[in-house]
Ligand binder design. Structure first.
Ligand code: GAL
Length: 811
């Protein structure tokens, strides 16, 4: 199902009903997927009577989903969430929505789909209890059909969300209905929820075979005869294979129909060319189309090898991966297609080809985008099993829910071609005792019963084989190790014949734009987790890649180790982006992580360019730090570069000599006494210039510069523009040290939904019309407010600095 197109672009229930009418005129009353996000009422607190039909929600706030109430709060060290979860409020909240349905929907089946509610959601329709889902990352649906009213009589849906018992996680979770909600109307005879399974048993450039099965559900009290037509469509919607058959189904039954296809000369899916197809099943009763269901399909084959690592379509491919948590920075947990696309675009530019979904089921948009943009996915389901990590985490629900949640996770995700590994858990406590054996076997068996095409893995920390009971179970197809880079050389001996991936690595620490010198040694933060870190008073960590956690190492050291051994299929760096929570190594007011290659606002830290020089095919020559220091101060100048034999550095036109990386080095460095002006680097290959990079000393700021990542946005209530704010001097030089408070005013078709500057210890709110620059930058996030008016953003600051203005078109 293509969610972005089918869900986000439709403007709510009204449009959905119009569609119903429009479709009726062409006798096409097939599946209607209506955006059910707009116009909910919300209130913090516990209101059990809100389930009643006559409940008055007059003083409740009106808002559109997806919504995260935690991100709206103010930071405090006293919140029960604590800084490890972002120091933002949690608690209980209720959502309520009223809606009507046309008489014509009376003989339909109607279900509501929630992509994710954090957490412990309970749902009622017209006073009837539909159920509970404790796991905050799982997607679920309820059949509403028998409780609904039609015509003028209203329906009331109420959702209780209970994230009160804290701590509930090791990182920021968000609270609320933070992912999309849809209302799905089908004929009584329809494809069941998550009702298709598509696999490609044989794939080559010449030919592929497709095994497809579709579950067709008959909710009516009559048996039926119908026609099933399945087409495989290429990217241009041309059918490349087709099958049809006449079927019979009993009343209130489900029929599983298997179909096999052959496709000649399939365009293969890979990370550079993510060619997609789709399987479209149409159901006809007599000659009327009554359902129309899409499943994504990609033709690719892959293998993990104990000696050679990973290959995709027969091509040896190192996995250049990052781990990502689910939050979207200043938007909190809110799942927004455009925010996720920006995140993945920044990763793609860096050369990343794989994402590990740490440590929970991701949003559907995330998986859709990984299919479309070409990322290999390690999809992960749990951070804990039966043994807890924090008091109120998922272990409380393990016994009752793990089977159902794991099954639902696989059923929802298994058709995504980007997914190539199932991880059943991260750093699970049960690896350390014999209970791990039985649980691993059980979970692996559940996965295999639903999908045999991908290896089952788990992210392990114990690398002494006899001591690791998850490994001892023998049920893993692929061993994931977190960290342990220093032991890689011993792995083939320790884990004979096993396939291995670095499921998590690095955990180095950096603050964007902050530089401490000298940089001659690598420092680890203290050997004891609880020992205070003798860091900086302003809670910064230098952006030179030379401070790491004791269980990890620097980016460079990790990458050197991972690239050295072919049997390491690849590495998933902790993390691609900073995330809210886990602010190691500092106490409050630090409240977001330092581990990201990119900061929370989306601005790359310098080490981003080390990866770009190694992982992408872009030509890189990046200099750090900035060039605003004190006269005579000795500055460590680093350069990341590629595609060249050497780099020559010049200060104000004077050569400081050429250098080249030696051995396995990943950067070169000079010590340069500071002098204001221009620092320039030229990289050369065989004497010919490859690239030139200059940085300048900035004078006093004279104006605010605004740069949007988009020149136009859609008028759909969802589209976003990210505007980077910085200061420039009279010559247009960027001022890297500016920390001015900037005020924003927006008019026309957008509202401000978030501001951030990437500083991990900022206590300014994420939702505001102001933000201080941090090390020269901040971002303001604009979201369509559905008005069809062009947008003007104005930014002002105190002093003699000209305002910045920017226009964005609305389409
Ligand atoms: C790992 C863990 C991650 C994160 C990371 C921080 O051990 O799997 O979730 O906590 O440490 O370094």
């Amino acid at each position: 199902m293509n969610l972005h197109k089918s869900v986000l672009r439709k403007g709510g229930i009204t449009i959905a009903l119009l569609l119903l009418v429009a479709c009726a005129s062409t006798k096409n009353e097939s599946r209607i997927i209506a955006d059910f996000n707009p116009d909910w009422n919300f209130k913090l607190g516990d209101y059990p009577t809100a389930i009643q039909v006559d409940f008055e929600a007059n003083d409740w706030r009106t808002l559109d989903l997806p919504h995260d109430w935690s991100i709206e709060g103010t930071f405090s060290k006293d919140h029960p969430t604590k800084p490890r979860q972002g120091a933002l409020p949690a608690g209980i909240g209720w959502y309520r929505k009223s809606f009507t349905l046309p008489e014509s929907a009376k003989n339909k089946s109607i279900a509501i789909e929630f992509d994710g509610v954090f957490c412990n959601s309970e749902v009622w329709i017209n006073g009837h209890y539909l159920g509970k889902r404790p796991f905050g990352y799982i997607s679920f649906s309820y059949d509403l059909t028998k409780y609904l009213n039609f015509g003028n009589q209203k329906n009331y849906i109420a959702v209780k969300v209970d994230n009160d018992a804290q701590p509930s996680s090791r990182w920021y979770t968000g609270s609320g209905i933070y992912r999309n909600v849809r209302l799905v109307t089908t004929d009584k005879l329809h494809v069941a929820h998550w009702g298709t399974v598509v696999t490609t048993p044989e794939v080559s450039k010449e030919k592929a075979t497709v095994d497809y099965s579709v579950s067709i559900q008959n909710d009516s009290d009559f048996s039926k005869e119908f026609k099933v037509v399945t087409n495989i469509l290429d990217a241009n919607n041309r059918s490349v294979a087709r099958l049809e058959s006449i079927e019979k189904i009993d009343a209130n039954a489900i029929l599983e129909k298997g179909q096999k296809f052959e496709v000649n000369n399939p365009k293969l899916w890979d990370t550079d060319n993510p060619n997609l197809y789709k399987v479209v099943t149409k159901i006809y009763e007599k000659s009327t189309l009554i359902d129309d269901y899409e499943t994504p399909l990609g033709f690719r084959y892959f293998a993990f090898d104990a000696e050679k690592g990973f290959s995709l379509n027969g091509v040896p491919t190192k996995i250049y991966g990052v781990c990502l948590h689910h939050d979207n920075g200043a938007l909190g947990a809110v799942a927004n297609y455009h925010a996720i696309k920006r995140k993945l675009t920044i990763m793609k530019e860096m050369g990343v080809n794989a994402i590990r979904m740490a440590h929970n089921p991701p949003s559907l948009e995330m998986l859709q985008l990984c299919d479309e943009m070409g990322f290999i996915v390690q999809d992960e389901v749990f951070d804990v099993w039966k043994k807890k990590k924090v008091t109120n985490d998922y272990h409380k629900y393990w016994d009752e829910w793990h089977k159902r949640d794991l099954e639902d996770f696989i059923k929802r995700d298994r058709n995504h071609p980007s997914i190539m590994m199932w991880s059943i858990g991260n750093e699970i406590r049960e690896q350390f005792d014999s209970t791990g054996i039985a649980i691993t076997k059980e979970l692996a068996q559940i996965v295999k019963s639903l999908d045999k095409t991908r290896p089952v893995t788990s992210a392990l920390t114990e690398n002494v084989p006899e001591k690791n009971f998850i490994y001892q179970s023998g049920a893993l197809d692929l061993l994931g190790f977190n960290y342990k880079h220093a032991d890689y050389a011993t792995f083939p001996e320790r884990f004979k014949g096993q396939k291995i991936i670095a499921s998590e690595s690095v955990s180095a620490l950096e603050t964007r734009g902050h530089y401490d010198m000298p940089t001659d040694s690598i420092r680890f933060w203290p050997i004891k987790h609880d020992a205070p870190f003798d860091g900086n008073a302003d809670l910064t960590v230098t952006a030179y890649d030379n401070i790491a956690s004791y269980w990890g190492t620097t980016h460079e050291e990790n990458w050197k180790a991972a690239k050295k051994y072919d049997f390491i299929a690849g590495t998933f760096v902790w993390t691609g982006f900073d995330y809210i929570g886990e602010p190691d190594p500092y106490p409050y007011p630090a409240r977001s992580s330092y581990f990201g290659i990119v900061d929370l606002a989306g601005f790359p830290k310098d080490v981003y360019y080390m990866y770009q020089s190694e992982w992408s095919n872009k030509t890189v020559l990046h200099l750090l730090p900035h060039w605003n220091w004190k006269q005579g101060q000795l500055i460590d100048v680093w350069a990341y570069y590629n595609n060249a034999d050497e780099v020559e550095l010049f200060l104000n036109g004077k050569s400081l000599g050429s250098k080249a990386k030696q051995g396995d080095e990943l950067h070169i460095a000079w010590k340069v006494p500071f002098e204001a002006g221009t620092l320039k680097a030229i990289s050369r290959k065989e004497g010919k210039m490859v690239k030139e990079t200059e940085i300048h000393t900035a004078g006093e700021a004279t104006k605010i510069d605004l740069k949007s990542d988009k020149t136009s946005i859609k008028n759909d209530g969802y589209d976003l523009a990210y505007v980077t704010v910085s200061l420039q001097d009279k010559d247009g030089n960027y001022v890297p040290t500016a920390d001015n408070l900037i005020n924003f005013k927006v008019s026309g078709g957008a509202k401000i939904v978030g501001v951030d500057n990437g500083y991990q210890a900022s206590l300014e709110p994420f939702i505001a019309d102001y933000r201080k620059l941090y090390n020269g930058k901040c971002v303001v996030i604009l979201q369509s407010n559905k008005k069809a008016e062009n947008i003007t953003l104005e930014a002002t600051t105190a002093g003699n600095i000209n305002l910045g203005t920017l226009s964005i078109k609305v389409e």
